[in-house]
Design a protein around this ligand. Structure first.
Ligand SMILES: C[S@@+](CC[C@H](N)C(=O)[O-])C[C@H]1O[C@@H](n2cnc3c(N)ncnc32)[C@H](O)[C@@H]1O
Length: 310
């Protein structure tokens, strides 16, 4: 079960049980979701881990293999789920997701329409944002993707907050039963301008539409369509810069005469003794530099508010 209610964060108030979903964390870029079963084992490069050793331990515990290797068992959250889910399509990542939820004003109790569902990365966070009384109706025209998303939502326990429908939203629009009921509509479709007129009909007065597109030409076309019924049309590109902060053994004897150093920007770690300002050229320093693995452009987020017709 993904953590949905922040006031009942299970990682703080209960231990791992048989049947729980846990995130097995090796390092920030190596994790996987595992369902705990009393008689199962997890085997990885660190050895064999018995699930029975995990049961009864608090979330966040460090657990050991038969060879003394270790992993951490984290409570599953939508943020972690986005990093471990199986990619059946391109997905939205945390930087875009958090902006979508904030800028679309999605709060508990909201009714949200989404298309396409894709791998359900955004959907998991939408579910938490609307919980416990709201609902997300998500549509994809690809039957197998919709079925796999449904299975994932059951596995993660968010199926009570999410309904998956199979429908060509660009061709048919959203179902009429949602007419005037949606607090917000989210589109991640190849030709969003085809779905915008229907999205406008589904929104409550003042409701917000958001459309994600990887190419600026798609954004331009969507904005043209939005102008007739929407106001406050704004487009953003969310660029996230991740940093590596490491200890670095510097050899600053290699400083050139002009004082420039062939080292990244860094702060020399000062010895703790009072007044000790002596520079030791080979002492460890803390190095900070933008991470090489940081993601660049993912896409553009266009937001628009339905015009009030009165
Ligand atoms: C990039 S994926 C969406 C990813 C999703 N936002 C996520 O975070 O996992 C786009 C999805 O739109 C679906 N799609 C494309 N055209 C569609 C249409 N006309 N109606 C409904 N779904 C459509 C595709 O099948 C695909 O699963």
């Amino acid at each position: 079960m993904l953590l949905l209610d922040p006031s009942k964060k299970i990682s703080f108030n209960r231990c791992i049980r048989d049947g729980d979903l846990v995130i097995v964390y090796e390092r920030h870029d190596t994790m996987k979701a595992v369902k705990v079963f009393e008689n199962s084992v997890l085997q990885n490069r660190f050895g064999v881990f018995k699930h029975s050793d995990w049961i009864g331990k608090p979330f966040g515990s460090k657990v050991f293999s038969n060879k003394g290797g270790f992993v951490y068992l984290l409570a599953p959250t939508p943020e972690l789920w986005t990093l471990v889910l199986s990619h059946r399509t391109q997905i939205l990542y945390i930087a875009d997701i958090s902006f979508v939820i904030m800028y679309s004003e999605i709060v508990p109790g909201c009714l949200v329409l989404e298309s396409g569902t894709g791998s359900g990365s955004l959907t998991a966070s939408l579910a938490r944002a609307v919980a416990p009384t709201g609902h997300v109706y998500t549509f994809d025209f690809h039957e197998q993707r919709a079925a796999s998303a449904r299975e994932d939502f059951e596995r993660t326990g968010i199926n009570t907050l999410v309904t998956v429908g199979v429908r060509d939203i660009q061709g048919e629009g959203f179902p009429d039963e949602f007419f005037g009921l949606a607090d917000s509509v989210f589109l991640d479709l190849p030709q969003p301008w085809l779905a915008i007129p229907s999205a406008g009909k589904m929104l409550k007065q003042d409701g917000i539409l958001c459309s994600f597109s990887p190419c600026i030409e798609q954004v331009q076309r969507s904005c043209e369509t939005l102008r007739s019924n929407f106001t406050d049309i704004r487009t953003f590109e969310i660029l996230l810069r991740t940093y590596e902060i490491r200890e670095w053994k510097m050899d600053c004897s290699k400083v050139d005469d002009g004082g420039s150093v062939a080292c990244p920007p860094c702060k020399r770690r000062q010895p703790s003794g009072e007044g000790s300002m002596r520079d030791n050229s080979s002492s460890p320093a803390v190095m900070a530099r933008p991470s090489a693995e940081a993601r660049g452009h993912t896409g553009y987020l266009t937001f628009a508010r339905l015009k009030c017709i009165l």
